[in-house]
Design a protein around this ligand. Structure first.
Ligand SMILES: Nc1ncnc2c1ncn2[C@@H]1O[C@H](COP(=O)(O)OP(=O)(O)OP(=O)(O)O)[C@@H](O)[C@H]1O
Ligand SMILES: [Mg+2]
Length: 625
């Protein structure tokens, strides 16, 4: 590492510390006051000890008797200083702790809030493990040096005070101090410079190890069923080994520098005794002076280390902060507009795609993004049901995501009730359109919480109504604790079809005016699927009046739609009723018939509910790695 980059780390590290101080100035002031009080008392205690030895002990030895009054005074002074020192330590520790943990909590909140604001395209580019380590170890690392910072600041004040007091005592002893203290400081700086690249590397590896672990646990199903335990273990072991080596190299450097940092003050004390003995003989100083200064060197050694702690943690802090900043400064945010749609409007919404084109961002920036959709134009008129049919990879999920504005089109517009979705407020969007995704996501919470999601005004009655529409009231009523049943992480205690119906009920409970079902009932048996859709289409049954865009495969389901849009490779190939398409579009007939054939052959789930959905990668369980 060149000295320029290490200077750069020092500069950036100090600016991170500056930010911390600006954010918590009062607590920092308390902590530094405690530390300065402590520092002043350390110097004072050295002189009191000197006075006790020079003015009480030495005369007592000479006389053969102890002056009780002088002894009591000395003891009282030392006791008083100790008590005040405790106050200083208490103030410093409490302040530093408050400051560190407050900053950690604040930034953890900021990072996680930012995750939720960032668009899907950003999440698709960033691994979940990295996000976890950004919010955990990176935030922690960024504020590590805060713990010793007040101590270090107090120590700098103390060192200046110590050298000044040395000059007052004796210039020769002061010169020893001027040689030792700056050397100690310099050694600390060299130490932290050496440490910088090692700490940065360790911090990066920590994130990578956590990323791999997260991925293997998340994909436990595949790892087990495909017998990939050994390979996964090896992949993890390799990176864990690198982390171990990085940490060992950190430890080795510590092993070299720590003893040097210990030794230097002892050498200083030795120098003080040698020089001091001469000066004593010359009559330039008293025994009191010599003992005070020697004691000062001994007690200063420890606090000076605090400066080293801060400097040594700076690189790690900068590395952590850079990674936190990357999240906080991430662009690609979806700006919302300010047009609102009436939330109480009971009529279904109209969805229109006009000439929509879309391409996913390439995995690597230099690759071109392949077009996934082109010139897609269609309308879901108010209150109507439109089915989206197409072979796998034809862009159905992409259209579903565009319809609820998880992503924005590259060309053309998507509009709700004639308003470009980009002009709507976030609340209007969420209140108007609901997506039931291809991969159901269930929170580790109760059935009720999963459906109501804390939305105001969603009562238990609404929850049950939504469950009825999703044909889920039967199984929920049969659960041991009904709505209060905990469903386990990602809904592991539920079957695939139950999970799908729970997420459908969640969408329905918000009374959306447009419902987008992306293959949302694939794990439910065909009769129930048809019953669900029939119920949704008939508001008389008590359901919300919604327009429906449904990605479907089964003939019975498709037949319920008012119109079918047939896609191939991101283009609308044909549109019409099911019967029309069946008669006129060979590709469509093949697809629908093949699917039916597969189901009839007993392939219960040709499209398992937890198959990889490319669109949701990075957000959901991605089992098929
Ligand atoms: N996050 C992504 N990054 C890059 N390409 C993607 C991403 N998600 C999807 N794609 C690509 O976009 C195309 C359309 O995907 P989409 O998920 O919309 O298809 P689909 O019709 O829903 O397929 P399926 O029936 O299998 O669910 C596919 O070629 C897919 O490989
Ligand atoms: Mg899909």
């Amino acid at each position: 590492m060149t000295s320029r980059t290490s200077r750069d780390v020092l500069r950036r590290g100090l600016s991170v510390l500056g930010r911390a101080i600006r954010e918590q100035p009062r607590i920092f002031a308390v902590a530094v006051s405690g530390s300065v009080l402590f520092g002043g008392l350390v110097i004072a205690s050295a002189y009191v000890v000197g006075a006790v030895v020079g003015d009480v002990v030495v005369p007592a030895i000479a006389r053969g008797s102890v002056g009780v009054a002088a002894l009591a005074l000395a003891a009282g002074a030392l006791f008083g200083i100790s008590v005040l020192r405790v106050v200083g330590i208490f103030g410093r520790r409490l302040g530093a702790g408050y400051m560190q943990f407050r900053l950690q909590a604040a930034y953890r909140r900021q990072v996680t809030r930012r995750y939720l604001e960032l668009p899907l395209s950003w999440h698709q580019r960033n691994a979940t493990g990295t996000l976890l380590s950004n919010a955990n170890s990176d935030v922690e690392a960024a504020w590590y040096p805060i713990a010793p910072l007040p101590f270090a600041v107090g120590t700098v004040v103390m060192l200046v005070g110590a050298i000044a007091s040395l000059f007052v005592t004796d210039w020769a002893l002061a010169l020893v101090g001027l040689a030792v203290f700056p050397a100690l400081f310099a050694l600390n700086v060299i130490y932290s410079r050496r440490m910088a690249p090692r700490q940065a590397r360790a911090q990066r590896l920590r994130a990578e190890v956590s990323g791999i672990a997260h991925e293997s646990f998340d994909g436990a199903l595949v790892v087990k069923t495909m017998g990939r335990e050994a390979q996964e273990t090896a992949r993890f072991a390799a990176r864990a080994g690198e982390l171990r080596d990085a940490l060992i190299s950190v430890g080795r450097l510590r092993g070299v520098f720590d003893p040097m940092l210990e030794t230097l003050p002892s050498l200083g004390t030795l120098a003080v005794l040698v020089v001091g003995a001469f000066r004593l003989r010359q009559g330039a100083i008293t025994v009191t002076d010599l003992v005070s200064v020697a004691f000062l060197f001994t007690v200063l050694a420890f606090p000076v280390r605090a400066i080293g702690w801060v400097l040594a943690e700076l690189p790690r802090s900068v590395a952590g902060w850079d990674r936190v900043r990357r999240v906080l400064d991430a662009t690609g945010e979806m700006p919302y507009g300010d047009v609102t749609l009436d939330p109480a409007d009971p009529t279904p919404a109209t969805l229109a795609f006009a000439d929509v084109g879309f391409a996913y961002e390439p995995a690597e920036a230099h690759l071109p993004g392949a077009e996934v959709l082109g010139e897609v134009t269609f309308t879901v008129p108010a209150g109507r049901t439109v089915a989206l049919v197409g072979p796998t990879g034809s862009g159905k999920s992409t259209i579903a995501a565009l319809a609820v504005r998880l992503v924005d089109p590259h060309t053309g517009t998507v509009s709700l009730d004639g308003v470009d979705v980009r002009r709507l407020t976030a609340a209007s969007l969420a209140g108007t359109a609901a997506l039931v995704a291809q991969v159901p996501f269930v929170f580790d919470d109760t059935v009720r919480a999963n459906i109501a999601l804390d939305r105001p005004g969603v009562t238990d009655d609404d929850v049950w109504a939504a469950l009825r529409l999703a044909e889920a009231d039967g199984f929920v009523a049969a659960l041991p604790e009904g709505l209060d049943t905990m469903v386990g992480e990602r809904g592991t205690s539920l079957s695939g079809g139950q999970r799908q119906r729970l997420t459908l009920a969640r969408a329905l409970a918000g009374r959306p005016r447009l419902l987008v079902l992306d293959d949302a009932t694939s794990a439910v048996d065909p009769r129930v699927e048809a019953a669900i859709l029939a119920g949704l289409r008939a508001p008389a049954a008590g359901g919300p009046a919604a327009s429906i865009l449904v990605v479907a495969y089964r003939r019975a389901t498709i037949a319920l739609a008012d119109e079918v849009i047939y896609l191939e490779q991101g283009r609308v190939i044909a549109r019409g009723t099911h019967a029309e398409l069946l008669a006129t579009v060979p590709g469509y007939a093949d697809l629908v018939t093949a699917y039916e054939q597969a189901e009839a052959d007993g392939e219960q789930q040709p499209r398992p509910y937890d198959e990889v959905a490319p669109l949701t990668s990075g957000l959901e369980v991605e089992v098929d790695r």
